[in-house]
Design a protein around this ligand. Structure first.
Ligand code: 5GP
Length: 211
């Protein structure tokens, strides 16, 4: 009963803890999920490496990917380009894995337009003050960048209604389980099971006619 994977977009304010949730989800369920690695023109943060968190590329390299139609979507976010390479996503979906794209809202809506059966999930901290504290405590951005990320968060908050699910990241372990269950349930939708249903119908027809 092998099926194609589901494309899942996870968005959320910068500092909402999406990255941590996704890492944990993959560690807990390595056979179920694949995480898409984006290309970006921003500088790596300390501890980040090329090909793990992102493919860190120059502006010229990024523009070449756009030209070659090698990206599912791309967007500009706080002065940098971010985009999702096509190849890997398609291969993982074919292999039956649910592919998670951790991308911001403009990209999420472009993916949904191109692939309408995409599941859109929005992750938020319990409140805005918590978000600010997480950004400050991360210690990787200067005050101006934190300010522009908070402004961007306010803009993104206007688009939450376009998502299918809203998940609060308060206790990490609970949040990971919630995300996992939402995706598993999505597999049970009638609309995603037409082939299996048709198959069972055909078999039943055979039984019925044999009687
Ligand atoms: P950060 O610089 O904090 O790693 O990411 C900034 C924002 O860019 C986050 O909201 C992240 O989800 C988003 N992002 C990361 N990769 C992509 C991508 O491939 N496409 C789009 N549209 N957004 C992305």
């Amino acid at each position: 009963m092998d099926k194609k994977g589901i494309l899942v977009v996870v968005s959320g304010f910068s500092g909402a803890g999406k990255g941590t949730i996704m890492k944990r989800l993959l560690a807990d369920y390595p056979d179920h999920y694949a995480l898409s690695i984006s290309a970006t023109t921003r500088e790596p943060r300390p501890g980040e490496s090329h090909g793990r968190e992102y493919f860190f590329v120059s502006q010229a390299e990024f523009e070449e990917m756009i030209e070659k139609d090698a990206l599912i979507e791309y967007a500009r976010y706080v002065d940098n380009y971010y985009g999702t390479p096509k190849d890997y996503v398609h291969r993982q979906l074919e292999a039956g894995r649910d592919v998670i794209l951790e991308i911001e809202i403009q990209g999420a809506l472009k993916v949904k337009a191109a692939y309408p059966d995409t599941l859109l999930m929005f992750v938020s901290p319990p409140n805005a003050e918590e978000l600010r504290e997480r950004l400050v405590n991360r210690g990787t951005e200067d005050a101006a960048t934190i300010a522009s990320r908070l402004k961007r968060a306010w803009q993104e908050a206007q688009g939450v209604e376009q998502y299918d699910y809203f998940v609060i990241n308060d206790i990490l372990e609970e949040c990971v389980q919630e995300v996992h269950h939402i995706i598993r349930n999505e597999h049970a939708r009638v609309a995603r099971n037409h082939a299996v249903i048709e198959n069972i119908r055909a078999q039943l027809k055979g039984f019925a006619e044999g009687e």
